[in-house]
Ligand binder design. Structure first.
Ligand code: GLA
Length: 426
């Protein structure tokens, strides 16, 4: 349950050594990109409707060590998954669901993000010539947990391939490339919350992204405590349920429901525009919500109430009012349960335990909420006490799931992080 600094020298050394062995090169020529995981305190499930979201990265994530491979060949190994991925960057990539998978099972499972990155760069009109030999390593126990490991992996590959091919690409362009990986290559109908957080965040700031206009700003709380840089810590409490979001139909089903609600409301308001809830004004929702079936009404209620919570949360954050910020996070969590109806029992239990833990300002599911972890903001003076409370209480309710968790990382205390980047190495 320690506070984690990331990436540590030993993690970097391990990755560099692996790549040096794979490529038959010296460790000094190995390049590193880091791509952090993200949390979304407020603004859950509204990015795909063009809502306004808040996010930040944490000081944990993906490390990708690589060297250009001197040909178009890509060769990858992973610290988490077995097998090797091999393909060529000058092969045309087709979306995963339309492509025949003639690779091995391992390649099918984790190689898709690298191929997705090549797909996105090709879709953007880039002709890649240079492959990479790379070793990818995620923070232990944190993959497939609602921290957006898939976007972090996709972005790591984009940055490495761009570096190997001498391309200069802005964060805004990479947000779009990663959107292509997720929406087109993998077929997930998600918004741009994850990649925006990973590419735009800055340590200690809340990243606010308007997913309709694509404009963002960074909001820093006013005062920082001299001893403990930030007066809060971020707690991640893991449920023991792991599943890649792309394999759960629940996510896309909710997106479709939001669009159906938007379509009915827009028709009632006499507007012919794309059926997303950001095209519906609050007053139009208020006037026509009775036309929605109860479940669609709840999805729209989540959208409109969440947008309001984000706006209030940004104000609270800018004033350093963590109590108020936390209350809004917990209200957002409740709306995900009651209106968006996306939780599952273990995650709801974790959410409820977190709300009772000492020093916790607020909590909610991290990410889509179908599996993974809950995230909480906690007063830094109580972080260890809260972590051990949550671990003990969860074990009482879910002994089977909790026993599968690594006991040192069942609840993780972390800090805010920076954006995805190439490291300049000594
Ligand atoms: C997943 C998706 C995001 C977002 C969140 C929920 O992480 O990838 O686009 O919708 O769920 O807020």
């Amino acid at each position: 349950m320690g506070v984690l600094s990331w990436p540590s020298d030993s993690e970097l050394d391990r990755v560099k050594k692996m790549v040096a062995e794979m490529g038959g090169v010296s460790v000094n020529v190995v390049k590193i990109v880091v791509s952090p995981y993200r949390i979304c305190p407020l603004g859950a499930h509204i990015d795909h409707q063009g809502g306004i979201v808040s996010a930040m990265t944490i000081n944990k994530g993906i490390i990708l060590g690589f060297v250009p491979s001197a040909s178009s060949q890509v060769l990858l190994r992973s610290g988490q998954f077995s097998g090797e991925v091999r393909f060529r960057v000058d092969q045309i990539q087709l979306p995963k669901h339309s492509a025949k998978s003639n690779g091995t099972m391992e390649e099918y499972k984790w190689g898709c993000y690298a191929k997705g990155a090549v797909y996105a760069l090709q879709r953007g009109g880039n002709e890649l010539k240079q492959g990479i030999t790379g070793f990818l390593c995620g923070s232990e126990g944190l993959d497939s947990s609602g921290l957006s490991s898939s976007a972090a992996v996709g972005i790591a590959y984009l940055l490495a391939l761009e570096s190997a091919n001498n391309m200069t690409v802005s964060p805004t362009e990479n947000i779009e490339y990663d959107r292509l990986i997720e929406n087109e290559y993998l077929g997930l109908k998600n918004g741009i919350l994850d990649q925006s957080a990973i590419l735009l965040s800055s340590n200690g700031c809340l990243t606010c992204m308007d997913c309709k206009t694509k404009l963002h700003k960074l909001v820093r709380p006013p005062k920082q405590n001299a001893e403990s840089k930030f007066p809060y810590k971020i707690l991640l409490a893991f449920s023991g349920l792991k599943q890649a979001i792309t394999t759960n139909p629940g996510y896309n089903r909710r997106v479709t429901e939001c669009r159906e609600a938007a379509q009915i409301l827009l028709k009632a308001a006499g507007k012919e525009v794309e059926p997303v809830l950001s095209n519906v004004e609050q007053k139009e929702f208020d006037a026509h919500k009775s036309k929605l079936e109860p479940d669609l009404g709840r999805r729209a209620e989540h959208y409109f109430s969440e947008n309001t919570r984000v706006m209030k949360g940004l104000e609270a954050w800018a004033c350093g009012d963590f109590e108020q910020f936390g209350k809004l996070i917990s209200a957002s969590g409740l709306s995900s349960i009651q209106n968006y109806e996306c939780g599952c029992e273990p995650l709801i239990q974790l959410y409820e335990i977190l709300l009772k833990a000492p020093g916790v300002y607020g909590a909610r599911f991290s990410g889509a909420g179908f599996r993974g972890c809950c995230v909480a903001f906690v007063n830094s003076n109580y972080a260890y006490e809260a972590a051990s409370f949550v671990k003990n209480e969860y074990f009482k309710l879910q002994p089977e799931l909790a026993s599968h968790l690594n006991q040192d990382s069942a609840v993780v205390i972390c800090d805010s992080g920076d954006c995805a980047r190439a490291l300049s190495l000594r």
